[in-house]
Every structure is written in structure tokens, then in C-alpha cells.
Design a protein around this ligand. Structure first.
Ligand code: GLU
Length: 468
């Protein structure tokens, strides 16, 4: 039974790296029938952003990651942290350090000039004298002076840090605010985390946090440090590559299940399986099999997954999703036909909307390139006789096959090549050459609308006479 958490700092929007970590922690908790908590790490008040907090909760709701209990806010837990700081001071495991900013800077410069890693030198560790005037102290933890700090990482295997790599770091600033590594350790312990799954940018924080666990006699959870997501060139993922707000994926027309499927595979795999329903993720995911190396963001894969989920979504669901894009199909009698036709080739809901609109809306313009290529001198006459044919057979025309049945002989009799008729029909009906089968479109539109669109295209001569 794993108790896990997602612990974002609300300093910006939630991006996909964060969402992936959240998903892994969520899956592990749910799979093991444990608990998944959401904890907002908002002690760095200067960098906090109210909008970002809302955005995180909104993104969770969109992708359907549910958390147990109330959202925890670190800013509301200061009394708890202060209690432990006092305890550590009383027990002599932490101490006040009166070093001034200037002294710290001088120490750092001196160490750097000697090519040493800057670290606090412990000068107030055993200080018993009179504190200097005018300095409000920080509180530092007494980190071990020798030995090693070991921990088992579910992704990176055995990790070992020399105690000398961890200095007596600050656990409370001079303004009394506890620091990040201190509060994370306190909260993870008090919230009874069994498994801490987070980005490997936190790897070097873990020995520090272990120092806190040990000082307070807390049980140390198992850690999983997940490698980063890089861009296809192997560099840090930038906003342009896809490291944008999770909600931007919604705005771009991705389905949440496609995004989650994409993310579960970015850093974890099960053989060569690509499609994972939530049930399959829950059955198969194990943080102990997370990849050891960084993964690369691949937009084409995401689009492919999204098209898969769009194709397989019910029309009822798609109608709901399209509402977000101001596309309302709910009152159309032929909504199923329209969607069945459109969803086959849509990579995103935005493309689906465009495709639906090609059917719903009379073309406002006709594709220039296509009209130039396919609308020839005799095209208008061909279309006119085709209209006459349709009118003469109007009682037989219901489904796509009915249109096919009369069109084939028409093509033969007039010795036409397919593009000579089909492309002008497509352009007349939808404005573009990239559209579903003409028979399907005509059947969906019905005879009256079909003829109306043909007549409009003819009367406008496919806009060929208009400049530009
Ligand atoms: N608050 C940290 C962050 O947003 C994560 C802390 C953790 O997972 O331990 O990067």
C-alpha cells in the first residue's frame, strides 16, 4: 500500500514534466490501493502565484487525477515546522548561526578561489560565546561530519553521498521561514509517505532531507528520482518544444487520456506496447521499472495517440468535447454521420472541429490552388449536368451508396477522369480538396444542400475570377 504525493511549488503553470511525475505517483498509489495526496509547496511566498495554484487544481481535474483528502498547503503548516525547529534546537541538533551576508560571501569567494565547493564551514556549530549584535540568526541543522548517506532509489538503484557533501544547511531563514528541504522532509514524514516519486533534479536534495529524517527519528520513505524529459535534440525541454501549461494541451485539442498515455510512455514502458488505457496503466505501471535515462518529447507520437483516442471516442463524448471549441453539434440530426466521417482523419479536436465545419458550413471561400488545378473550362458544365442527374434521381438518393450508384455511370458516359469530377465536387461542397469521400459528404448534406452548394460554386465560378 503506497502513500504518495505530488508536491508542486506554485511558481508557474503545471507543465507536462510535473504532470508526468504526478501521474506516476497517482498510478502507484491507486494500483496498490494506497493514497495519493496533493501538497502545494507554497512557503516561498515571494514566488508564489495564486493563479498557478488554481491552474494546478484545474489541470488535475481535466486529466482526471483524483487525490485523497484536502489539498495540503505548506503555508498553513508553519506552526508544525516551528515546533520541530524548536525541538531540534532544544536537543542540540540544530543551532543558530550569526554569520552575516558579507561573511558568507567572503567564505564562498575564498572557497571558490581554492577551487573548493562552497559550503558552510560550521563556525557556529558549537558556538557558546556572545552572539554578535544586529544579526538575526538563521537556524542550521547539524549534519553528520563523517560517514556516508545511503539510500535505495527505485530508479537509480543504490545512491551514496559522502557526508562531507552535505553541509550544515539552513532550516529556517532569519525571517523565521523554514526552508524547502526541511519542510519537505517534515511533511513527507508526517503525511506518512511510503514512496516519494519526483524529478531527478531533486536527487541532491535527498541526502539533505535524510539528515532531517535522521535528526527527528522519522522513517525514511523509498525514493524514485525520475529522469527528465528532453526535447528531440536531447536538450532541456523548452516551452516551444511542449513544456507549456498542461491546460494548453486542452486548448490545442488534445484529449486528456491521450496526454496521460503519452506521458506514461515518456520514461516507462511495457514491452513495445504504446496504447494504455487507464486500467492498463494501473495494472502494469511500476515505478521500479521507470527508465534510467532521460526520455525525448515526440510531438508526432502525441498526435498519433490523440488521433487514436479521437477515433475511438464515442460521438456523445466528442460532441461534449467540441463544445469547448464553440462547435455545437448537439442539435444536428445527422451528428453521428458527421462525426463518423470527420473523426477518421482528425489528429486533434481543433482539426475535428475544422472537419465538422467543412460539412456544416457553406464554404466561405474556395481553395485557390485546388480550384486552379481542378476547375477547368468544362467543369461548370459537368457540374450542371451532374445537378440535373441528381435532381432526376432525387427519390433514390439517401445513403452514400445511392450517390455512388448513379455517379459511376455518369463518369463513364461522360468519359471523365476521377479528379475531373471528384475534386470540383469536394471544393464546391467543402471549399477544400482534403475532405472525406464525396458520396459520404453528399449523403450527410442531403440533396437540397448539396445542390445549393454546387449552384453557389458555379455562380461564383469557384472564385476563380477574383484576384488573390
Ligand atoms: N516542490 C518541488 C517542486 O515543485 C517538488 C518537491 C518534491 O517532490 O519533493 O519541484
Amino acid at each position: 500500500m503506497a502513500i504518495t504525493r505530488f508536491a508542486p511549488s506554485p511558481t508557474g503553470y503545471l507543465h507536462i514534466g510535473g504532470l508526468r511525475t504526478a501521474l506516476y505517483a497517482y498510478l502507484w498509489a491507486r494500483k496498490t490501493k494506497g493514497e495519493f495526496k496533493l501538497r502545494i509547496e507554497d512557503t516561498d511566498t515571494a514566488r508564489n502565484n495564486e493563479e498557478a495554484m488554481k491552474a494546478i487544481i484545474e489541470a488535475f481535474a481535466w486529466v482526471g487525477l483524483s487525490y485523497d483528502g484536502e489539498v495540503e498547503y505548506q503555508s498553513k503548516r508553519l506552526d508544525i515546522y516551528n515546533k520541530y525547529i524548536k525541538q531540534l534546537l532544544d536537543e542540540g541538533k540544530a543551532y543558530k548561526c550569526y554569520m552575516s551576508r558579507d561573511e558568507l560571501d567572503a567564505l564562498r569567494e575564498d572557497q571558490m578561489s581554492k577551487k573548493q565547493t562552497p559550503r558552510y564551514d560550521g563556525r557556529y556549530r558549537d558556538f557558546t560565546g556572545t552572539p554578535p549584535e544586529g544579526i538575526t540568526p538563521v537556524i542550521r541543522i547539524k549534519a553528520p561530519l563523517e560517514g556516508v548517506i545511503n539510500f535505495e532509489d527505485g530508479v537509480k538503484s543504490s545512491m551514496s553521498f559522502q557526508a562531507s557533501e552535505v553541509d550544515d544547511f539552513v532550516i529556517a531563514r532569519s525571517n523565521g521561514m523554514p526552508t524547502y528541504n526541511f519542510v519537505v522532509a517534515i511533511d513527507d514524514a508526517l503525511m506518512k509517505m511510503t514512496d516519494v516519486i519526483r524529478g531527478d533534479d531533486h536527487l541532491t536534495n535527498t541526502p539533505k532531507q535524510i539528515v532531517i529524517y535522521n535528526a527527528l527519528g522519522f522513517l525514511i520513505p523509498k525514493f524514485y528520482h525520475v529522469p527528465m524529459i528532453n526535447n528531440p535534440a536531447g536538450k532541456k525541454l523548452s516551452k516551444r518544444d511542449g513544456a507549456m501549461d498542461v491546460m494548453d494541451y486542452k486548448r490545442l485539442g488534445y484529449l486528456p487520456e491521450a496526454l496521460l498515455n503519452f506521458l506514461v510512455r515518456l520514461g516507462w514502458s511495457n514491452g513495445d506496447q504504446e496504447i494504455f488505457s487507464m486500467d492498463e496503466m494501473l495494472e502494469l505501471f511500476d515505478p521500479n521499472t521507470i527508465n534510467k535515462s532521460a526520455s525525448a518529447y515526440n510531438e508526432e507520437k502525441l498526435l498519433w495517440l490523440n488521433s487514436h483516442y479521437i477515433k475511438n471516442a464515442t460521438n456523445k463524448r466528442l460532441i461534449e468535447e467540441l463544445q469547448f471549441f464553440d462547435c455545437d453539434l448537439s442539435s444536428y440530426a445527422k451528428q453521428d454521420m458527421i462525426l463518423d466521417l470527420s473523426k477518421e482523419r482528425a489528429n486533434t479536436l481543433v482539426e475535428l472541429k475544422a472537419s465538422v465545419n467543412k460539412i456544416l458550413l457553406v464554404p466561405a471561400s474556395y481553395e485557390k490552388k485546388g480550384s486552379k488545378k481542378f476547375v477547368k473550362e468544362n467543369t461548370l458544365d459537368i457540374l450542371k449536368s451532374y445537378i440535373s442527374l441528381l435532381e432526376s434521381k432525387k427519390d433514390t438518393l439517401l445513403v452514400a451508396d445511392d450517390y455512388e450508384l448513379i455517379t459511376k455511370p455518369f463518369i463513364e458516359e461522360n468519359e471523365l477522369k476521377f479528379p475531373q469530377i471528384f475534386q470540383p465536387i469536394r471544393i464546391a461542397l467543402t471549399g477544400v480538396t482534403q475532405a472525406p469521400s464525396v458520396y459520404d459528404i453528399m449523403a450527410v448534406l442531403g440533396l437540397e444542400e448539396t445542390i445549393k452548394r454546387f449552384s453557389t460554386a458555379i455562380s461564383k465560378n469557384f472564385n476563380k475570377d477574383v484576384e488573390n
